[in-house]
Design a protein around this ligand. Structure first.
Ligand code: FMN
Length: 333
């Protein structure tokens, strides 16, 4: 698949997730084979105004194309944010028209833009005019069931010069409820010729295949399914390319991944903030490892309690080793 001039060989992408997919997470997923990884959404005005956190959100993973996702509702900020992202190394700019959060839609950004396609297209035009790199777009099916206008927005975006469209198969009013409707994305496929990515509830090779078949998309994007399983996009990608089914990585390998992530997050934010920030990843990693080893709920609960409340980074490392050793006992029992 090509995004502008950029070749993407593996049709499985890691979704942008605010507060989750910072550079260490993206780096690990990309190293493990994800075809493309997308930064957390960054408010274009904050980026343009040099807000330190938005700079961190845009930090490159250092492997594969660097995709920066921008949110916003004013053309001049979108243009300025895109210019800065490009100057700082973005290979692709993605525009967020899918975020359902009230603090985002209340400011007329994210999925609120699907209620006013003329305005949405004016933001796309301004972004494309500001940069040389390809611009892509992520959206939902529409605002609600009465206004499922993703095909119309996708068609207009393609005409404006967008190089790839991703659709999360829910409306904004669904938030994350119900099931993603991959069939409904077929109407977007029929509206555009540029690459299309299907997103929502893809957690396995079988579901990836079903989503591709139902939607006619060229690639899948995985969000929550990759939490605690950074290897999942790569594994699914290799299988879609004809590779054999792969087992869940060994506990030893899983421990190596979570340690890598923990160290990366602490290096990015500093020890104190990093420790807090890493907790969600530690929790997901423990959940996945406990499930893989058949460890009891009580065992998992007590390790979660010990590791996720620790204020001592060194102790977290030691306790992780102990927890995974304990899970290995459960697996052997
Ligand atoms: C914690 C969280 C944060 C998210 N942040 C973003 C974001 O910054 N930008 C975006 O386009 N979508 C964001 N999303 C939506 C995901 O990219 C994706 O569209 C959605 O989770 C559905 O895919 P999934 O079922 O594979 O998780 C977020 C989702 C979650 C769960």
């Amino acid at each position: 698949m090509k995004i502008g001039d950029i070749d993407v060989a593996i049709p499985v992408f890691l979704a942008p997730m605010s507060g989750v997919t910072d550079s260490p997470v993206r780096r690990l997923a990309a190293e493990l084979g994800a075809g493309l990884v997308v930064s957390e959404m960054t408010a274009s005005d904050e980026l343009a105004n040099g807000h330190w956190m938005s700079r961190l959100r845009c930090e490159a993973a250092g492997i594969g194309p660097h995709v920066v996702q921008l949110a916003g509702c004013e053309a001049h900020w979108m243009a300025e944010g895109a210019r800065i992202a490009e100057a700082e190394g973005a290979d692709i700019i993605d525009i967020n028209m899918g975020c359902p959060a009230r603090h985002v839609t209340g400011g007329q950004s994210g999925s609120a833009l699907m209620r006013d396609l003329d305005h949405a297209v004016s933001l796309i035009d301004a972004t494309i005019a500001a940069v040389k790199v390809p611009v892509t777009l992520k959206m939902r099916l529409g605002w609600d069931d009465r206004s499922r206008n993703a095909p119309e927005l996708a068609r207009r975006a393609e005409a404006a010069g967008v190089k790839l469209v991703t659709v999360h198969g829910r409306t904004r009013s669904q938030f994350y409820k119900g099931e993603a409707d991959w069939d409904a994305i077929r109407a977007v496929r029929e509206a555009i010729a540029i690459p299309l990515v299907v997103n929502g509830d893809i957690t396995s090779y079988e579901r990836a295949l079903a989503a591709l078949n139902a939607s006619g998309a060229d690639a899948v994007m995985i969000g929550r399914g990759a939490q605690g399983q950074p290897w999942l996009p790569g594994q699914i990608g290799r299988r879609l390319k004809g590779g054999a089914e792969e087992a869940v990585p060994s506990l030893e390998t899983q421990l190596h991944y979570i340690r890598t992530l923990y160290e990366g997050v602490c290096a990015l934010y500093g020890l104190r903030v990093g420790l807090r920030h890493a907790r969600k990843h530690l929790g997901w990693a423990l959940d996945v490892a406990a499930a893989a080893s058949g460890a009891s709920v009580e065992k998992l609960k007590s390790w979660r309690q010990k590791i996720l409340t620790s204020e001592d980074p060194r102790l977290v490392h030691e306790s992780l080793q102990d927890a995974f050793d304990d899970f290995a006992w459960s697996a052997a029992a």
